[in-house]
Design a protein around this ligand. Structure first.
Ligand code: MIC
Ligand code: SF4
Length: 645
């Protein structure tokens, strides 16, 4: 029986377990990446492990998220990360060099290799045939130390692409179509593998847009084959030597198949407030807009920018619209400057931002009250833009640019003929903003620069014998990590200070939560389905840990967040009968008697007694041998320390 590309790469990296779908497997990690909003914590964790040099083939630390320096905190974090990187064998991509996923694709990614990153959009690397997975910072720290990374052996979904995109229909519309069909939880436990004739018509940046936003499906990752188009891209990056051809076997067996005829797609938008709330641009109609933001790791490649420049050429941004553009990397920005496209953007009235995440993570450019903002990004969760009642629509760069001129949502197919946009034969390459680490022999000469805002990892404790605690918060379905631990310019500088950032935990849902939880001392959170979707930020587990949360009981979890809870020593539980969700109210006193003994014994069905209403609620506690030991130890850091003894 033939293998899928996913299975081939996973098999070649398997170090623990068996390739049986649904079971936990450990894989060897070749490359890691971090960004600054998760990086400080990840490197504190790495330091706590006491491993002197990273054991990966390549580890890179990027500064791209917290680039607004309105106080000393972010700049201190940048310096800290830079010094740790230099000492411990990690390449350091300086602020201004670009968004981690864009730069990694350009300068470091290698087909067939495994990559984990402390950012949920790490699957961007699947655009060149990598198995690239988003993970919590602690998992990345362990991988840097040479440890395996554990995932549930995934199902593989084949997306068979046929036909060719019509003019002005974009790669973004492909992934929006997949989101429309599968929803934000449709990818959980699965890898999305793109195949078929249609693949040949998509360039690497287009493929990367699709794999990037596959994160919004909840998928483990997404992947394209590595073919001649991949080779051309790597050659143009002067890295042809890392290329190898990779594809699924002809007789590979998939768990599910999705057929997409590219020729039939039309321009789409994800409407507020979810990436799977998809409608056609023509269906929404010519709605008046207030803002357009172009950029983010989804759509900031040179190809995207050239399309935008073509549409804006000789035009002026509509008087009622603010247009901002953040090219994805120094390379992209530099090439736009060299070929004159930058001047076109400036001339049209675009506000050019530095090559960083910027508005995507609420670092500036929050829209006006109730403002309608078209963004080429990947997430439109409520409040993420920094404006609570902002209405964010996720669209392609083509729709964004066309609408910026007209002031209303505009179908780019009205623009007339589309020229052929080509990638250059050679990109402008200058890696002068990537600092290599010092040699191992010199590492003692590097001083680690710690700012006063950098506080240690919160205290952990082994799993309690019994948990007798109130429900401190009850929330509904599809709670995102942006609800649990909001980002934005005000809160992000606290990412390296868990006591301080915890004061903002769940601020979007209930401002009283942090005070209440702290006063209660220990408590349990109850939620609906797909709890913890979105970002990989482990702060969404570390803040509850600091506030005394001992267990989270929900209808279902998103993958990375569940792993982060376990890593933080918080028990993840799911309802056996979803209807029991209604049998718990906020404030009820819940008891999990003898939980430690039961977990130790490998019991997966436990009972919670709701002392307030007398109901007995069966819950699932599904832990494997390894995750069980992590829970018992009080989290991954303690477990790793113990196993290194
Ligand atoms: C995001 O897009 O939500 C982020 C900010 O990149 C996060 C990481 C973080 O919260 O630091 C992610 O996607 O993992
Ligand atoms: Fe940065 Fe936005 Fe991409 Fe997250 S989704 S890495 S914030 S650009």
């Amino acid at each position: 029986m033939g293998l899928t590309l996913t299975e081939k790469i996973l098999k070649a990296h398997l170090v623990d377990g068996e390739m049986i779908k649904g079971q936990e497997i450990g894989i060897k990690i070749d490359q890691t990446l971090t960004q600054d909003a998760t990086g400080t914590m990840a490197y504190l964790e790495f330091e706590a492990m006491g491993v002197p040099r990273v054991k990966t083939e390549r580890s890179v630390a990027y500064i791209d998220h917290n680039t607004l320096q309105s106080g000393f905190e972010n700049a201190d974090d940048h310096r800290f990360i830079g010094s740790v990187a230099k000492k411990h064998g990690i390449y350091f991509s300086r602020p201004g060099n670009g968004i981690c996923h864009q730069v990694h694709l350009e300068r470091f990614g290698v087909p067939g290799k495994t990559l984990i990153g402390s950012d949920s959009h790490t699957p961007t690397g699947g655009g060149i045939g990598m198995i690239a997975i988003g993970a919590g910072g602690l998992d990345v720290a362990v991988a840097m130390g040479g440890g395996a990374y554990y995932i549930t052996c995934p199902k593989v979904v084949k997306v068979n692409l046929t036909g060719k995109l019509s003019p002005w229909v974009a790669a973004k519309d492909v992934i929006l179509e997949v989101l429309k069909r599968l929803s934000v939880k449709g990818g959980v436990g699965k890898v999305i593998e793109y195949c078929g004739e249609g693949v040949k018509s998509l360039s690497v940046p287009e493929r990367a847009t699709i794999t990037n936003m596959g994160a919004e499906l909840g998928a483990t990752t997404s992947i394209f084959p590595s073919d001649e188009i991949t080779r051309e891209f790597l050659k143009a990056q002067c890295r042809e030597e890392v290329w190898s051809p990779l594809a699924a076997d002809d007789d590979a067996v998939y768990d599910e198949t999705l057929e997409i005829n590219l020729s039939e797609l039309e321009p789409l938008a994800a409407c507020p407030h979810s990436p799977d709330n998809i409608k056609g641009i023509s269906e929404i109609g010519s709605m008046k807009i207030d803002q357009v933001c172009i950029g983010s790791c989804t759509n900031s490649s040179l190809l995207d920018m050239l399309k935008v420049a073509h549409i804006l050429k000789g035009k002026t941004v509509h008087p009622d619209v603010s247009l901002s553009i953040a090219p994805g990397s120094k390379q992209v920005l530099n090439m736009l400057a060299e070929n004159g496209a930058l001047s076109v953007l400036i001339d049209a009235g675009a506000r050019i931002l530095e090559s960083a995440c910027g508005p995507c993570i609420g670092m500036g450019q929050s829209p006006n009250s109730k403002g309608i903002s078209l963004r080429t990004f990947n997430r439109n969760f409520e409040g993420r833009s920094g404006t609570k009642d902002g209405q964010i629509y996720l669209v392609s760069p083509e729709v964004a640019a066309a609408s910026a001129i007209t002031g209303v949502l505009t179908d780019p197919r009205t623009l007339g003929d589309m020229p052929e946009f080509k990638l250059p034969n050679v990109f402008t390459i200058n890696d002068n903003m990537i600092v290599p680490p010092v040699d191992e022999a010199d590492m003692d000469s590097v001083e680690i620069l710690r700012g006063p805002n950098i506080k240690p990892f919160p205290e952990t404790a082994p799993l309690m014998d019994s948990i007798d605690a109130p429900c401190s918060l009850k929330v509904g379905d599809n709670i995102t990590t942006d609800h649990i631990m909001p980002a934005g310019a005000k809160i992000l500088p606290l990412r390296s200070n868990i006591p301080a950032i915890s004061q903002h935990c769940f601020a979007v849902c209930d401002e009283q939560f942090p005070t209440r939880a702290k006063e209660l001392g220990k408590s349990i959170i109850v939620g609906g389905s797909n709890y913890g979707q979105g970002s990989s930020r482990e702060h969404a587990a570390l803040a509850p840990l600091y506030l005394g949360v001992k267990a989270v009981l929900v209808k279902s979890f998103a993958r990375i967040h569940r792993a982060n809870l376990i890593n933080a020593g918080i028990l993840p539980l799911t309802f056996v009968n979803e209807a029991d969700y209604d049998n718990i109210a906020q404030g009820d006193q819940l008891v999990l008697a003898d939980v430690r003994k039961d977990v130790e014994a490998g019991k997966s069905e436990l009972t919670i007694v709701n002392k307030t209403n007398g109901k007995e609620i069966p819950v699932l506690c599904e832990l494997s041998g390894r995750t069980k030991d992590i829970m018992l130890a009080g989290g991954l850091l303690d477990y790793t320390r113990e196993s290194m003894k």
